[in-house]
Design a protein around this ligand. Sequence first.
Ligand code: MG
Length: 378
Amino acid sequence: MQITHVDVQAYSLPPASPWEDATNRVGRLEFLVVELQTRSGLRGMGLSYTVDIGGTAMLSLARDYLANLVLGMDARDYERIWERLNRQSRRLGLGLNSMAIAAFDIAVWDLIGKSTGQPLHKLLGGARDSIPAYISEINLSAEDRVEDLVARIADYRDRGYGAVKIKVGKEDFAEDLERVARVREALGPSGRLFVDLNQKWSASEAIVKAPQLDAFNLGWIEEPLLYNDVPGHAALRRAIRTPIALGESLYSRHQVLEYLRADAVDIVQADVAFVGGITEWLKIAHLAQAFGRPVAPHFMMELSLHLLCGVPNAFMLENVIGGSLTELGLLEEPIAVVNGIGVPPDRPGHGIVLNKAALKPHELTGERARAAFMGGSK
Ligand SMILES: [Mg+2]
């Protein structure tokens, strides 16, 4: 299954609804799309993304450097391909290169699925046929009133969701407490509620504030501290009853392992695009399993669906409002969560078929990146 042709493109578009959390206002999602073709004409597609920044850098890394490395390789050799891409790019550190590698790796797995007639979730282990999903909100703008939030929760419940994640991290902690209390009330005692700080708090601030959230029986508190503060998370975890979730800002199994060894995380949220694709994500899921921790991958809903149905220690699927490929209108066939349950497509490979005509107007160029970038970090 020799790879004989590589196509690399990138696209930039705003989320389907405005996004704002405690530390960021998001303007654009930038998607990298890699298509690999084999000698027999089989095509596999992989994608990755950045939020707001780095899309053109990821595109040139993939197109001008990495693409040549996979030409001539056997697509069945996913470990050999991943190692080659990683060895060549590791001088860049972590992040941009693992994000670019992800698009190649995911395309490789898509090819393996298509060549064997197997859907991705079966290739990854086939641990289950479906996975419960939660609604993930990114709406912490000053204009968003508690009444608006409560009305949206009622809508999610009507759509069959029993689990919701909201953003917190207001300057005035009383506002956070009010939002959490009102949503807890709206969800009822059986509803699952998660909160996300997006690394807003300092360690000393968290030790004071986080215990006050214990009363709301939260499913988790997400990224309370800076992504690299392993001892801070470990200390916080010992001080509160609420589980800690994190992983979306980690880029390798080694970084996740540090958190697991330090007993600093309860739910591992590694993002398949950020860690370098399915090959690395699987290792992370298995590491987490060895430590008795579930996984709940960040974002990438349509791909995470397969990952979660593949591995035994799956927790829940994140469906970010305004962020799935389906909601962005980029798919030929939508992959939707119905009644709060995600079911992966049974087509060979990942079954994600991009609508080229819908993508075309969003093609990413340097000029477009410069015009759209607004520096939304708070
Ligand atoms: Mg998050």
